[in-house]
Design a binder for this molecule. Sequence first.
Ligand SMILES: [Zn+2]
Length: 77
Amino acid sequence: MTCDANRVRFASVSPRNTSRECHVCGHAEQRNRLDRDHFRCLKCGYAGDADLNAARVILKRFLTGPYGAGCKPKVAG
Ligand SMILES: [Zn+2]
């Protein structure tokens, strides 16, 4: 894999439910999305910008998903 050489890699993350999933607790519900711009989690109470929340959900999926730990340097130390 070229990613071993240049430490750059491409990975895709499913956008499914990102618009209604809370990045804090992971609760996904349609009513979390107040309107186009506003998000509020009905479970933990987190409130914020809907796009920012969605971006954080995607980031979390990227870091914890199947690609998150898949490209570590082979030589440590
Ligand atoms: Zn929440």
